[in-house]
Design a protein around this ligand. Structure first.
Ligand code: NAD
Ligand code: GLY
Length: 381
């Protein structure tokens, strides 16, 4: 693991849209020193939500004042409901009312909800403003703040209106995770595990050994160092994939491992907190490995390793654990509507641990059978 006394930086090379992801314990308390070289004397318009504002308004406002930055602060309601047309309209009206100009900077301070919404406001307001991501959940630090996908939800589904708009920088302070509820930390951890499953089997092994410590389930003096290592490795993986395929013409779809199943589970449960996105992703990744085993693409041992690890860190791994009555056929019909379906064929990211690839034309009877098994097999802990 790397030293943590200095900042770790991951570069995302995208030509004139290139940027750095900086990871540093305590960064938030010196935010002005990271902002100054990025924004000069531009005004900063912070977009956040009530929970994060209550916890971090004071240190962030103090840092902005020390840096001599002018600007304004906008607080939305926490939760997925804020990624709506109504919130987007209210936010953009407030920003315009407060006199925002093209030379101003939007700073997204929050989890994936705020990052996606503020990013979309930055992409569209005045035909495009610069924005900086300061992600406050593990999910946002390892996934949503990196890569430039921004957007809001519609009654037809999640993230159906949006834009690719890369941030100017991503500033990550892992200390922020200390206030994050364990359930949310675990939801973000599912996306960390995903990078090991996609193309980094050594990272998956490392997580098998260190996951419980970085989640704080086993007390460990090196918890923060382990979190930093996991965040950095995840950001490197995401940056590698986005650099190769910014607009998701091919390789970026690998980031969807487990997500075809997960989106169907989330849609069935509603987006009311019954099932968090990361919880659905964990179950969806088990389903993807199970399908891989059933298709002869992976050894049963790979699927069982993932299940064993999820159990070890007390995370859900089967649909039977979800507090909702589910049916294989209605999950399948959600999957057929997935954004990543092409010519009516559902795309699945499959393969052994560390060698994931896109597959289409999968026998849906196999999928139905595994969904049924996951729904009906009451798992032993
Ligand atoms: P979130 O933003 O709703 O945050 C989860 C919860 O944690 C909220 O209740 C929030 O108030 C609270 N919270 C945030 N930071 C906290 C902190 N430091 N301490 C205490 N509480 C804190 O959810 P999320 O899981 O971060 O993000 C989910 C969203 O991300 C979804 O809308 C999803 O579609 C989106 N997403 C986007 C991408 C992308 O590439 N753009 C990728 C993955 C997910
Ligand atoms: N989270 C999926 C992506 O960024 O492409």
């Amino acid at each position: 693991m790397p030293e943590t006394s200095c900042a770790s930086t991951v570069h995302l090379p995208l030509g004139d849209r290139s940027y750095d992801i900086t990871i540093k314990s305590g960064l938030l308390n010196n935010l002005e020193t990271y902002l100054a070289p990025l924004v000069g004397k531009a005004r900063i318009f912070v977009i956040s939500e009530e929970t994060v504002t209550a916890l971090y308004e004071e240190p962030v406002k103090a840092a902005l004042a020390r840096g001599g930055f002018e600007g304004n602060w906008f607080t939305l309601k926490p939760g997925e409901a804020s990624k709506s047309f109504a919130s987007f309209e209210a936010l953009t009206n407030e920003l315009l009312d407060s006199g925002i100009e093209r030379s101003d900077i939007i700073l997204a301070l929050g989890g994936g909800v705020i990052g996606d919404l503020a990013g979309f406001a930055a992409a569209s307001l005045l035909r495009g403003l610069s924005f900086i991501q300061v992600p406050t959940t593990l999910l946002a630090q390892v996934d949503s703040s990196v890569g430039g996908k921004t957007g809001i939800n519609t009654p037809f589904g999640k993230n159906l209106v949006g834009a690719f708009h890369q941030p100017k920088a991503v500033l990550i302070d892992p200390n922020i995770l200390a206030t994050l509820p364990l359930r949310e930390l675990k939801a973000g951890y599912a996306e960390v595990l995903k990078y090991g499953l996609i193309d980094d089997p050594e990272f998956f092994c490392w997580l098998e050994e260190n996951g419980a410590a970085l989640l704080g389930i086993h007390p460990d003096e090196a918890q923060i160092e382990k979190q930093i290592y996991a965040i950095k490795t995840s950001c490197e993986a995401k940056a590698r994939i986005v650099a190769a395929d910014e607009r998701e013409a091919g390789k970026r779809a690998l980031l969807n491992l487990g997500h075809t199943f997960a989106h169907a589970l989330e849609a069935e449960c509603g987006y009311d907190g019954t099932l968090l996105h990361g919880e659905a992703v964990a179950i969806g990744m088990v389903m993807a490995l199970d399908l891989s085993v059933r298709m002869g693409l992976a050894d049963a041992n790979d699927r069982d390793r993932l299940i064993t690890h999820l159990k070890a860190v007390n995370m859900m791994w089967s649909a039977a654990e979800i507090d909702q009555k589910l049916e294989a056929d209605s999950l399948l019909s959600h999957m057929a509507k997935d954004k990543k379906s092409k010519a009516g064929q559902i795309g699945f990211i499959l393969g052994p641990i560390g060698k994931a690839a896109m597959h289409r034309g999968v026998d849906l009877d196999l999928v139905r059978a595994l969904l049924h098994a996951s729904i009906c097999t009451k798992p032993s802990k």
